[in-house]
Design a protein around this ligand. Sequence first.
Ligand code: ASP
Ligand code: MG
Length: 413
Amino acid sequence: MALIVQKYGGTSVGDGERIRNVARRVVATRQAGHQVAVIVSAMSGETNALVALARELGGEEPNPREFDVLVSTGEQKTIALLAMAIQQLGQDARSFTGAQMGMVTDQAHGRARIHSIDAALIRSVLDAGGVAVIAGFQGVDEHGNITTLGRGGSDTSAVAVACALEADVCEIYTDVDGVFTTDPNLVPAARKLDRVSYEEMLEMASLGAKVLQIRSVKFAMRYGIPIHVRSSFHEGEGTWVVREEDVMERLVVSGVTYNRNEAKIRVLGVKDAPGIAATLFGPLSESGIIVDMIVQNLSQDGTTDMTFTVPRDDYPRALALMEANANAVGAARVEGDQDIAKVSVVGLGMKDHAGVAARMFQVLADDGINIQLITTSEIKISVVIQEKYAELAVRALHRAFVEQGAAEPVAES
Ligand code: ASP
Ligand code: MG
């Protein structure tokens, strides 16, 4: 007997028939002798519709407390409906809102962080042979105000519940078969990964692969809970997200990702002196703008260039801040460019192989793609290129590193 936490996303509970389908799957798991806690999202489209309504009546920035009261209702519907559908199959089930299951968060409405979960109540339902059906995305602050965890937050709810229950696995059911080597819509030859490490998944999630909310992966990594990302439409195995030691096949490149949601800012001719970077980036962080890549050129004649990327939504603000700040750092000029894409290759095997970066640059050069910025980590190489080449770059890199066998073409260091 295992303790299994299952999470079903919006498309998996998108209509009555699909909810019934989920109920059958939950009951089958229960009948196989396992204890089951289920976390559900709102029906697909529901949260978007609620957000739109909030804007219609509450203005561009609706009152945060009331916003959360409203947008959390999508999940309250699906827990009740799923509990009913499970009961119709003759299986005991009971629904829980975030408040009812003691999911306590901080007070940051719309992006709340989880402080604690009271697992006792859920456990008592499971121990009595029932199924606990739990609302994702929502919690309460210490004063009992409803909070939400941010879009896609049900993944994090599910992993948090799995951690609190010390579950054997957190299964994330979705409308894709698992985690792929790249976007299958772009590259038909993309293949599903059997296993991927938390570290690789974190890189892929933050680089734009949309299957899992990043926070959920961090949570699972901290507590060592295996995540199994799989399809809710068939029984096949999906992708296991596990500890590095449990990844058998250390691929040099397990994923090729791209992100078109950044913009680049270049500050030219800044003084090369202590405190300049702090002066430049201080105002950005005070404005809550998250800077991604930062490259500082070697200085010449006591001045240097500083280039960095920010989310495209924050680009106008970031550019204005830099222009206002240019004098203070003695900058000659500020330039901006939104016409960029970040393309990355990620893989655990990079730790043991040399030559991946050189090969990546050669592949891009062969297609005449110019590289504007480069950053690396132990298991990732990212480049910024002109946006119109993003798809070409992803296809070429996937062909070279994944389709032609990632492990062979680079030399063992
Ligand atoms: N329903 C919420 C959303 O759409 C949470 C989730 O689905 O994970 O963001
Ligand atoms: Mg999701």
